[in-house]
Design a binder for this molecule. Sequence first.
Ligand SMILES: Nc1ncnc2c1ncn2[C@@H]1O[C@H](COP(=O)(O)OP(=O)(O)OP(=O)(O)O)[C@@H](O)[C@H]1O
Ligand SMILES: [Mg+2]
Length: 243
Amino acid sequence: MIEVAGITKLHGREVVLDDVSLTVGAGTQLALIGPGGAGKSLLIKIMAALVRPERGTVHVNGEDMLALNDVELARARASMGMLFQNYALFDFMTVEENIAFPLRQAGKLGEGEITERVAELLHQVDLPGIQKQYPRELSGGMKKRVTFARAVIHEPPLLFYDDPTAGLDPVTSSKIFILLDRMKRERGVTSVVITHDILGVRDICDEFVLLNHGRVVFRGTRDEIESSEVRFVQQFWRGESDE
Ligand SMILES: Nc1ncnc2c1ncn2[C@@H]1O[C@H](COP(=O)(O)OP(=O)(O)OP(=O)(O)O)[C@@H](O)[C@H]1O
Ligand SMILES: [Mg+2]
């Protein structure tokens, strides 16, 4: 479903992604983990063709994402949902307008149905009744959950979640991970989940990719990562420090 090959991205003279190749099979939920600054957010932005790499190829559903024109890109993006790490909510829109945005863009549902779906999603993320509030009135954790609702409302077959539980309390975090798991099981979505919460994703992801300094240093199943003999992989997975 997603295939990136030989991705190299520069930031000035610094190489921030270094020859990254990765495939995500249809229906797979893949966890992308790694230290801060490893290049995780950048990699999913390249997968969604929001950022162009200096080198490499990006295919989504067999389509060469780097060769599409603006109209084709808009169509391709309509099949994706993106939960941005920094929320990226429109601050001049209410919660309801923010969440409904991808649906209104798609233009397929009537207003009644849109209102219903927004209410249902807000209920699922434990924020019933906040439709008329503005993002500036919300806490970080509330914004995360609104961003989640906006990412999934148009039921895209492909989802990118960038740190979906950052700033959430443990109970709300596990609710979000349960929702992620349901997206996969019930809707068969393909997804990439960036997270620092390894305990949270351990049970719900099929594959784990560890990125460090812009390189893929490990890729495999939970069993494989748990039995890895590489010190850095072990340390990262268990949250151990050198000291
Ligand atoms: N559009 C861009 N073009 C070039 N370089 C970028 C771009 N966006 C971010 N970077 C650089 O890429 C590097 C990795 O950033 P990125 O945000 O992907 O890290 P991350 O792994 O998501 O970290 P964190 O866990 O802290 O969110 C940083 O050095 C950053 O400055
Ligand atoms: Mg990031």
